[in-house]
Design a protein around this ligand. Structure first.
Ligand code: G
Ligand code: G
Ligand code: MN
Ligand code: NA
Length: 256
């Protein structure tokens, strides 16, 4: 059985797919302010498969639309569970692939699903990369505007690595910008000049009224350096690994 065949089979029921949640932490207060949902596949013989090993396959095979449905359903069900446990739920970020973003009636579909579950749209952030808008910026901005008017939040993921069109940035109705983890990683290398790039991205984002997230922060040292820049939020192994929904809430109880 190929992995693709197996993926096709489990997508019928969604069984075996679950979400891991990684905290986004305020640099100022050190409190968790959001979570990024990262899909995982609990495979009967291979163990837990990370998304990097099956998202590209899902994108190539067209299964990504069905997978995206399952992800949305899983996140909605985890949020409902957290609410039933008495937690005040914070915004949860969902990664979007291009095909999902561009499918017709995507926004209406999201609106319907959230309404059916009784979840306020402001609890959902959609993460997408700028390259997704390449060549179709006007249409993309229209979809983003509709998503934003619905009340969902929008984050520009992996920022600084793709085809950044700075002229369009001012027209994209995003709420936050996530500085790609390669720039954070490069802080450890004195031969690389990632600091001025981080500084420039952060101050530009601040001027544009976007909240700034630094991704891939793994050490106290990186955390400290980032304190020099206009960075609001930290995400990375230093402040928290991706964990399952129950563990995420248990951790919040211990270290809010
Ligand atoms: O966890 P890992 O580093 O393997 O993630 C690899 C990539 O998979 C990341 O770029 C991440 O954005 C993407 N990813 C994780 N979860 C999802 C998901 O639910 N949907 C989509 N489309 N991409 C995801
Ligand atoms: O492309 P995107 O930013 O959505 O990718 C998210 C991926 O980054 C997840 O797979 C997550 O496991 C990974 N990640 C999160 N924090 C860190 C970190 O501190 N270091 C590294 N190397 N990867 C991280
Ligand atoms: Mn992401
Ligand atoms: Na990212």
């Amino acid at each position: 059985l190929t992995l693709e065949t197996e993926l096709r089979t489990i997508l019928d029921t969604g069984e075996g797919l679950f979400m891991a949640y990684q905290p986004l932490v305020s640099r100022e207060t050190r409190l968790t302010v959001s979570a990024e949902a990262l899909v995982r596949w609990q495979h009967p013989t291979r163990g837990v498969i990370p998304p990097g090993d099956f998202i590209p396959l899902a994108e190539r095979s067209g299964l990504i639309l069905l997978l995206g449905e399952r992800v949305l359903d899983n996140v909605i069900s985890d949020i409902c569970q957290w609410q039933q446990q008495g937690f005040e739920v914070m915004p949860v970020a969902i990664n979007l692939s291009a095909a999902q973003f561009w499918q017709s009636s995507f926004v209406q579909h999201v609106e319907q699903k959230l309404a059916d579950a009784g979840i306020p749209p402001k609890l959902i952030t959609f993460e997408l990369t700028e390259s997704l808008l390449l060549n179709k910026q006007a249409q993309g901005i229209e979809i983003l505007t509709n998503l934003s008017e619905l009340g969902c939040r929008i984050a520009l993921d992996d920022f600084g690595t793709g085809y950044s069109s700075l002229s369009y940035l001012q027209h994209i109705p995003a709420h936050s910008l996530k500085i790609d983890r390669s720039f954070i990683e490069a802080l450890d290398d004195p031969n690389q000049s990632s600091r001025p790039i981080i500084a420039a991205i952060a101050s530009m984002a601040q001027e544009l009224g976007l909240s700034v997230v630094a991704e891939g922060v793994e050490s106290e040292k990186q955390w400290a350096i980032l304190g020099n820049y206009a960075i609001d939020t930290i995400q990375g192994f230093y402040t928290g690994y991706p964990v399952d929904a129950d563990t995420f809430i248990m951790n919040l109880k211990q270290y809010p």
